[in-house]
Design a protein. Structure first.
Length: 319
């Protein structure tokens, strides 16, 4: 009864989901800083990625999100390309000037490109840059000395940010949640303020791994099975991710129902297909916690406008 009464007095919330911005700045890309994993990324930028990832698309998405009057924005990683200081400065300006929302209306997690090198990971470049957006509402449940998980309680939604990003060898983009975060997630799921809300998990890597062993080792989530086991006690919710550069909607079955697992395309990707073209997703959670809508907005280059498209349902993330 108390749960129903609480929800009856809670306003609905609309959440916009951006991912894989890949904002580019080669400031600081002096030769000695390229003698590591960055050399492969730098060559990719020079000969391929720069030609298809365009910052104007990200800025257009920010304008559209503000026009729509979205309540909360979540960003599931890969803000940058090479994890250089200049790139993070560019990403921070995007949040503060282009998106222009107060920190309490934004939740974010890193992607593998945000911790591209061991140095960027050790220096906590991501956490230092975005510290104002990473303040948890349940800080006692974050492991001592760590930043994640971050919990944001927003109306009927309990938004939990997990970091799956780790520095990897060249050409490897896999991730892991890790034992400490998984233990913290277990505790968070039992907290009464989380249990009475609809769960919204943010992470860069999808929980559904590629079918092939080689692709799973190169791009997948190492402890996806353990995370899925923890989530079996959840009745309903959203698990939002990026990494695949495509709109994709799958389900994670639980003991009590299911979790909608939804990926956003790259916010900067210029592509001919509706499934991959730049844009952002939008989710509506009702006052009673019901997930009322899952949709997406696709960039139209002509005029930098957006049109609504469906998020395709898929079974195979490599398809």
């Amino acid at each position: 009864m108390a749960r129903r009464a609480w929800r009856a007095h809670t306003a609905p919330v609309r959440i916009a989901h951006l991912s894989d911005l890949h904002l580019l700045s080669l400031e600081g890309a002096v030769p000695f800083r390229l003698f590591n994993k960055r050399i492969t990324g730098y060559l990719n930028l020079r000969f391929h990625r720069k030609s298809v990832h365009k910052p104007f698309a990200v800025r257009a998405a920010a304008r559209e999100i503000k026009r729509l009057g979205i309540d909360h924005v979540v960003i599931t990683g890969d803000f940058v390309n090479l994890a250089l200081e200049g790139e993070f400065a560019l990403a921070r300006r995007f949040l503060e000037e282009d998106l222009g929302l107060p920190p309490e209306r934004v939740s974010l997690v890193p992607g593998n490109h945000d911790v591209y090198t061991a140095g960027a990971h050790r220096s906590r470049r991501f956490a230092t840059t975005f510290d104002r957006f990473l303040r948890s509402d349940l800080p006692a449940l974050t492991p001592a000395g760590e930043v994640f998980p971050v919990v944001h309680l927003r109306g009927p939604a309990a938004i939990i940010g997990l970091s799956t990003a780790l520095p990897r060898p060249p050409l490897v983009a896999s991730g892991a949640v890790g034992e400490a975060q998984l233990a913290a997630l277990d505790r968070i799921l039992s907290h009464p303020e989380v249990k009475r809300r609809t769960l919204v998990i943010l992470q860069h890597h999808p929980i559904h791994n590629p079918a092939g062993l080689a692709k799973r080792m190169l791009e997948g989530l190492a402890d996806a099975t353990i995370e899925a086991r923890l989530l079996r006690r959840v009745e309903r919710g959203l698990l939002l991710h990026g990494h695949l550069h495509r709109r994709i909607h799958r389900a994670l079955e639980t003991d009590l129902g299911h979790i909608d697992v939804v990926g956003a395309t790259s916010a900067s990707l210029i592509h001919e297909s509706d499934e991959r073209m730049a844009g952002f997703n939008v989710y509506e959670i009702g006052a009673d916690g019901a997930i009322e809508a899952i949709g997406s907005h696709r960039l139209e280059i002509e005029g930098e406008t957006f049109r609504e498209v469906a998020v395709p349902k898929h079974g195979d993330p490599t398809g």
